[in-house]
Design a protein around this ligand. Structure first.
Ligand code: SF4
Length: 232
């Protein structure tokens, strides 16, 4: 079905969560494209281009939103540029209201060392809210095996805070599934994945992980923080 202005998106999302639980990532994205047409996007951290690649096969030219926090590794910016050049997607780079220099002047340098929640709220959560204004649905690369906090991620859900449908086409995938897809399709990945990083965010808040460590153990390590706020 195609959604209209009067479609009850919350009910639609709740039904789709059940109906699509066993569907393939392609089928989930095809449903998203049929339902939302141009009013959906992919968000990508540019850790890899798996979801962007999948989405490009069902919706050529689809918008891929990338949040440039100003703190990314050069390799992440390079991956974004490669994705924009190679795949049939429309990469949209979104910036926070303040540059890092402006934020330092207003809140003091290295806010991420003193208040990660405030820094993430300004540099990630707020810009995403703003970027999603024009869409009614968004797709992410969240996976249940990312972390215990993501173990119950639905393939489709109602994002009540933003009043949008949230789609996680690879929620059921394991790391082995991701690796196999990357290998089969030669999908672009962030070079840092081959340099000891298992989950890639802003440079000051990301470290390499030791063998056997949880993939997200290198994010905000030692702070107790596990999510930036986008997916909460
Ligand atoms: S991950 Fe770190 S540097 Fe990036 S926005 Fe959050 S606190 Fe700031």
């Amino acid at each position: 079905m195609t959604v209209t202005e009067t479609t009850d998106l919350e009910s639609l999302a709740n039904r789709a969560a059940v109906d699509l639980e066993d569907a393939s990532a392609h089928e989930i994205l095809a449903w998203t494209h049929e339902a939302f047409g141009p009013a959906w996007c992919v968000t990508s951290s540019m850790e890899d281009a798996v979801v962007a690649h999948l989405a490009s096969t069902v919706a050529p030219g689809v918008d891929v939103v990338f949040l440039d926090t100003g703190y990314h590794f050069p390799e992440t910016i390079g991956t974004r540029d490669a994705v924009a050049a190679v795949y049939d997607v429309n990469v949209i780079t979104v910036h926070p209201e303040l540059t890092v220099v402006q934020q330092d002047a207003k809140y003091g340098a290295r806010l991420h060392e003193r208040d990660t929640d405030a820094c993430c709220a300004m540099r990630k959560v707020a810009p995403l809210e703003s970027a999603l204004t024009n869409y009614r649905a968004w797709a992410t690369g969240l996976r249940r095996d990312d972390s215990p906090a993501r173990a119950n991620t639905p393939v489709v859900s109602w994002d009540a805070r933003r009043r949008k449908v949230k789609v996680a086409p690879i929620a059921r995938w394991t790391q082995d599934d991701v690796d196999a897809y990357v290998l089969e399709h030669g999908v672009l990945t962030n070079p840092l994945l081959s340099d000891g990083y298992a989950s890639i965010g802003c440079e000051p808040c990301t470290r390499r992980v030791a063998p056997g460590e949880d993939a997200r153990a290198g994010r905000w390590a030692g702070s107790g923080k596990t999510e930036c706020g986008i997916h909460q």
